[in-house]
Ligand binder design. Structure first.
Ligand SMILES: NC(=O)NCCC(=O)O
Ligand SMILES: [Zn+2]
Ligand SMILES: [Zn+2]
Length: 465
């Protein structure tokens, strides 16, 4: 059994910061011991990694990605191969992507299709949520079978009428099913019916450029849908996880529900924390790069999101990584913002941006690891296998240089997309070494992993319930 020792670093988890060496045996964390103690100095190893001056942190868990997602007549540009490789470059060693049920098809067909896309192609480990597009008697029954086999979370959409949209009756039925089988409903909370009216009116008035994507997807329509989703979940007795929360009023809805003791959870994404409607309004057609839903908001919303993350009103930061190239894909909406494929790249940037949030004083070091690693792992039934550094956990470990300076750029990133949403942003901190189950994936500034190393993760149920 191969043995690796990471020595000299500061081990940071969601709960602790300890100056300790880490022993890895056969892909798992075997032990931690304080630097210089007999225990640590006595460890023999095949590989020694010097982490002096570095943080030793759990591999990131990105619980919201869309590799190869079909959207608006095209596909997200990262495959499972390119997207998981980019994830590894950014210190993320687990993704949970979304298998999609197509209208008129079973959940099983959707799941099989996504397994075929991912199987043998991933650089790091992966699991699946299931998108429910067609809630009916048979898909409701299938939910039980999926939970039993490790697909324990189901995304529903209050947005995108005619595509993924479910009405309140279907949402309620799915929630009732989840309340009985341990599943977690993930909600895209925007009032899509009302938004489509505003889209039609904007286009009729000649308001066709990207910034109008933000105008029509009103804060009130995110807050209203968030409120409605919470009430439906309450009636069903089901837990609820609201994805990609962007608006202060939506955070307030989640906070109020949690204050009442309801099992309601919230996720936000780096784009809402670092970008704003100013980006959507960039000259020419540049704003298309920032079209995603929920949309970017005026900068004033960011403080509510940071506060929500500090106060545990929001528990998780995921990327909603759904990249479309500017050239040929975002350009599909040059004459009509509603034809711009929705989504932004980010799987490679999340750990660094959140470390920058530590540097900027928004969150503590431990909260960084909590919202990026431990909490998503707990939320989606992967803890303590993933999301921490503790004996028995998978040895998904990142050696992180907290003092390194880097500039985010499409010229140097590894995502399969022709722009960066954070082009030119200077951040402090950089991944040095990444191990996935004890195997080096990133080492000395090079990718040393391979497609097919990443294995499928059947998941347990939400560990916050
Ligand atoms: N978020 C986004 O704009 N695209 C991906 C699909 C979704 O999460 O709604
Ligand atoms: Zn969504
Ligand atoms: Zn998404």
């Amino acid at each position: 059994m191969s043995r690796t020792v990471i020595h000299g670093g500061l081990v940071v988890t969601a709960s602790d910061e300890i100056h300790a060496d880490v022993l890895i045996e056969g892909g798992r964390i075997a032990a931690l011991a304080a630097h210089g103690t007999d225990a640590a100095t006595g460890w023999s190893a095949d590989r020694r990694i010097d982490a002096t001056g570095m943080y030793v942190v759990p591999g990131g868990v990105d619980a919201h990605t869309h590799m190869e997602m079909p959207f608006g007549g095209t596909y997200a540009a990262d495959t499972f191969e390119t997207g998981t490789r980019a994830a590894a470059w950014g210190g993320t060693t687990t993704i949970v992507d979304f298998a999609i049920q197509s209208m008129g098809h079973s959940l099983r067909e959707g799941l099989d299709t996504w397994h075929a896309k991912a199987d043998g192609n991933c650089a790091v480990d992966y699991g699946f949520h299931m998108i429910l597009s067609d809630v009916n008697e048979s898909s409701l029954k299938e939910m039980n079978r999926l939970v039993a086999e490790g697909v324990t979370s189901f995304k529903l959409f209050m947005a995108y009428p005619g595509v993924f949209y479910s009405d309140d009756g279907r949402i309620l039925r799915a929630m009732q099913r989840a309340s009985g089988n341990g599943g977690l409903i993930m909600m895209h909370a925007e009032n899509g019916i009302a938004i489509d009216v505003l889209v039609e009116q904007a286009l009729a008035e000649g308001r066709t450029d990207p910034r109008h994507h933000g105008d029509v997807r009103k804060v009130a329509l995110e807050a209203e849908a968030t409120h409605r989703a919470i009430q439906l979940a309450r009636v069903a007795g089901a837990p609820l996880y609201v994805v990609h929360v962007s608006a202060d009023e939506a955070v307030a809805e989640i906070a109020a529900a949690r204050h009442k003791g309801l099992p309601v959870f919230g996720e936000t994404c780096p784009q809402y924390l670092f970008l704003s409607t100013d980006n959507l309004a960039e000259p020419g057609f540049e704003g298309a790069k920032y079209v995603c839903s929920t949309p970017l908001r005026p900068r004033e919303h960011q403080e509510a999101l940071w506060r929500g993350l500090r106060n545990n009103e929001l528990q998780v930061v995921s990327t909603d990584h759904c990249p479309f190239c500017f050239s040929g894909q975002k350009e599909m909406g040059r004459e009509d913002f509603s034809k711009i494929p929705n989504g932004m790249p980010g799987v490679e940037n999340r750990m660094d941006l959140l470390h920058q949030a530590v540097v900027d004083g928004h969150i503590s070091r431990r909260r960084w690891i909590e919202i990026a690693c431990a909490s998503p792992a707990r939320m989606f039934g992967l803890y303590p296998k993933k999301g921490t550094i503790a004996p028995g956990a998978d040895a998904d470990v990142v050696v992180y240089d907290p003092g390194a300076e880097q500039t985010i750029s499409a010229r140097t990133h590894h995502m399969n997309v022709d722009y960066s949403a954070y082009e030119g942003k200077r951040v402090t901190g950089q991944v040095r070494t990444v191990l996935s189950r004890g195997v080096p994936v990133i080492e000395d500034g090079a990718y040393v992993g391979h497609a097919g190393h990443g294995t499928y993760l059947p998941r347990g149920t939400c560990q916050y319930l």
